[in-house]
Ligand binder design. Structure first.
Ligand code: ZN
Length: 248
């Protein structure tokens, strides 16, 4: 089974289209989306419609999907995130808002191998940045591979009976290949399609082949200038445009 795993698209149509050009729908059996489809970027409706057209096998909600569809208030958001969430809420069509508000809560078990969450398998809104949190998350996960998002950092952690390690993609590489060891349990973040924060401005996504047991972390260049221009034309906060160029 071939999986395409997308997270934190954040209304960035240029980034999503670049990913789908490199990883077309028909090359995969199952599409998995880890939440935060909207928020920050200027194309919420087009992005929701692209994602719906992919007919994802499983999708879970992110914190921005909750706030932008009215499921939750924006009180925990910083100023620019809150501004963008309100803008997104008023820009979304009723149909797309309803679609986002109906997305299920993570964590969610997909099959015997894979579990999904937006933040962590313990709490959908928790951020995993530190190894200690990654270890706790792996221990809490019900499946040998747990995909998560939320931090916008592409990374993988693994834990065996007596070892733990972190796999960080090389900054110049377009693909980082991880051959899964059945004696290890994994926590994998594909990175963010639409607003990377790991210092690499390229759009990030992951693929997984359950036959070969290989996870690949991919990066693809996209038209950042166009995505920035749309953010400025929508009068969204300038910082949201600027950060795309540096991937921070
Ligand atoms: Zn996000």
């Amino acid at each position: 089974m071939r999986y395409l795993i997308l997270s934190d698209i954040h209304s960035n149509l240029e980034a999503l289209d670049a990913v789908l050009a490199e990883a077309p729908r028909d090359q995969f059996d199952r599409i998995i989306v880890l939440g935060d489809i909207v928020g920050y970027g200027a194309d919420p409706n087009a992005v929701v419609e692209r994602v719906r057209a992919l007919a994802p096998h499983v999708m879970i909600r992110g914190n921005h999907d909750k706030v932008s569809s009215g499921v939750e208030s924006a009180e925990d958001f910083n100023t620019s995130a809150r501004f963008a969430a309100h803008w997104t809420q008023t820009t979304l069509t009723q149909e797309n808002r309803d679609y986002l508000s109906s997305l299920p809560l993570g964590p969610l078990v997909v099959d015997s191998l894979i579990e999904l969450c937006h933040g962590s398998p313990i709490d959908e809104d928790e951020y995993i940045f530190e190894p200690v949190d990654a270890i706790e998350a792996i221990r809490s996960a019900r499946c040998p591979i747990c995909f998560y998002g939320h931090t916008h950092v592409a990374i993988a952690y693994w834990l065996s009976a007596d070892q733990f390690d972190v796999i960080v993609p090389e900054p110049d590489e377009s693909v980082t290949e991880i051959v899964l060891d059945p004696k290890r349990r994994y926590l994998v973040n594909p990175g963010s399609v639409g607003q990377p924060r790991d210092g690499d401005p390229r759009a990030a996504y992951a693929t997984f082949d359950s036959d070969t047991r290989i996870v690949r972390l991919h990066r693809v260049v996209y038209d950042i200038a166009r995505a920035q221009q749309k953010i400025r034309e929508a009068n969204l906060p300038e910082g949201l445009a600027r950060r795309l160029a540096v991937g921070k």
